[in-house]
Structures are given as C-alpha cells and as structure tokens.
Write a protein that binds this ligand. Structure first.
Ligand SMILES: Nc1ncnc2c1ncn2[C@@H]1O[C@H](COP(=O)(O)OS(=O)(=O)O)[C@@H](OP(=O)(O)O)[C@H]1O
Ligand SMILES: Nc1ncnc2c1ncn2[C@@H]1O[C@H](COP(=O)(O)OP(=O)(O)O)[C@@H](O)[C@H]1O
Length: 203
C-alpha cells in the first residue's frame, strides 16, 4: 500500500446506518465442503430474514467467482486471496448496516481468522457446515466429486486439497441429519438470543 493513501472516516457510523434499519450489523460466515449445504442454508436464512423485514446481503462462492474474483482459481494461494477479498467486501456490507451472509468453502483456518479479526467481538459468526464428506459426495449436486475422483479436476477440497475444520465455530450444523427448516430455526434462535436482530450500541 502506498504511503500517500489516507484513511477517511465517514460522517455516519455503521451503527447509525444499521439503527435506521432497526438491526445490528453482523457477518454469518458459512464454511464447509462443497455440497455441505452452505448455499442452501444461507439462502433459506436470507429469505427468512427478508420476510421478517431485515436488510441482508448474501455473498456466494460460485457467484463471486464469476465477477470480483474471476481471476482466481483453486490453488492454495488463490483461495487465500479469494477469502481475503470476500472478507473485505463482507466488511463493507456490514459497515453499510447490513446482516451479511457469506458462503464459501474457506478451507483454511488462518483465512477465516483473518476475517474474524476484521469484525468487532460477537459480530463474526462462524457457521460450520459439518456434513460428512460421504454425504456431500453422494449428493454431488454439480458432479464435481465424480470429476475429482476420476482425475478430471484437481485440487478439489476434501479429495486432493485440504479442509481445516473450525475448532470453535459459533454454530455447527450437519445437514445429513438436520432439515433446512431446522437449520434456519437454529440460526434465527442464535441471532435473537444475542440481540443481533435489534439495533445495538457502537461496537
Ligand atoms: N477444485 C475445487 N475445489 C473446491 N471447489 C471447486 C473446485 N473447482 C470448482 N469448485 C467450485 O467452486 C466453489 C467453491 O468456491 P469457493 O470460493 O467457495 O472456494 S474457496 O473458499 O476459495 O476454497 C464450489 O462451490 P460449492 O459447491 O458451493 O462449495 C465448487 O462448485
Ligand atoms: N438438510 C439439508 N440442508 C441443506 N441442503 C440439503 C439438505 N438435504 C439435502 N440437501 C441438498 O444438498 C445440496 C447442498 O448443496 P449446496 O447448498 O449447493 O452446498 P454448498 O453450497 O455447500 O456446496 C443441495 O442439492 C440440497 O438440496
């Protein structure tokens, strides 16, 4: 970064932006294997929050890789940069007062920690989609596991690229034994119990 770039504070704080929306900004970070249900559950929660009148924004792996991160692949280095950029974008949306839902494999603990550290305490909620690899592979919604097993694609998470499970996630969901509705209920309870769906003080 150049020495000639100066940070400008905004006249309106993130808390002010959020309070006009009657909510508290936060980031729900969905992490897990391909097919573990990140996208399905994040979308279902997004719909539930929208219908309850909350202002949200959903960032999803495949979509972000079509635009902002179209220059990145799946090497370890590119995944690190992918998550760094998404963390920064998630923070911008939270600074705009939104409840942000981000659904990315985000296989490396250090990258998730980097994003956690961008947020005030309590506003980064790590949601570990702890669905067993066998279930994800059986679902194989995009046929990618089959291609990874046959060697047609390489560096596929869970097959020939690592996934580091979170040690202390705020929420753990295993969609092999929880329905979509049960997962959403679980997430809504968490947000309500911590007053994250009410306007909050300056973090
Ligand atoms: N090699 C390899 N490994 C893992 N995933 C792959 C790969 N190639 C393509 N895909 C598709 O890309 C989606 C994952 O993108 P992410 O940005 O979430 O990945 S990461 O966080 O940078 O690891 C992932 O989407 P989800 O299935 O929704 O997780 C896959 O559809
Ligand atoms: N209880 C459940 N929760 C989430 N997804 C489920 C569940 N049961 C079956 N599925 C299916 O599993 C697949 C999960 O895929 P997806 O949400 O795209 O996962 P990811 O975003 O982690 O790759 C979808 O086809 C979905 O319909």
């Amino acid at each position: 970064m150049s020495d000639h770039i100066v940070w400008h504070d905004h006249k309106i704080s993130r808390t002010e932006r959020a309070s006009i929306k009657h909510q508290h900004p936060c980031l729900l970070w969905f992490t897990g294997l391909s097919g573990s249900g990140k996208s399905t559950i994040a979308n279902a929660l997004d719909v539930a929050l929208y219908h309850e009148g909350y202002h949200t924004f959903l960032l999803d792996g495949d979509n972000v890789r079509h635009g902002l991160n179209r220059d990145l692949g799946f090497s370890n280095e590119d995944r690190v940069e992918n998550i760094r950029r998404i963390g920064e974008v998630s923070k911008l949306f939270a600074d705009a007062g939104l409840i942000v839902l981000s659904a990315f494999i985000s296989p490396f603990a250090s990258d998730r920690r980097l994003v956690r550290n961008m947020f005030p305490a309590g506003e980064f909620i790590e949601v570990f989609m702890d669905t067993p690899l066998a279930t994800c592979e059986e679902r194989d919604p995009k046929g990618l596991y089959r291609k990874a097993r046959s060697g047609e694609i390489h560096d596929f998470t869970g097959i020939d690229s690592p996934y580091e499970a979170p040690a202390h996630p705020e929420i753990t969901l295993d969609t092999s034994n929880l329905s979509v509705d049960a997962c959403v209920e679980n997430l809504l309870c968490y947000l309500k119990e911590r007053d994250l769906l009410k306007p909050g003080g300056d973090a």
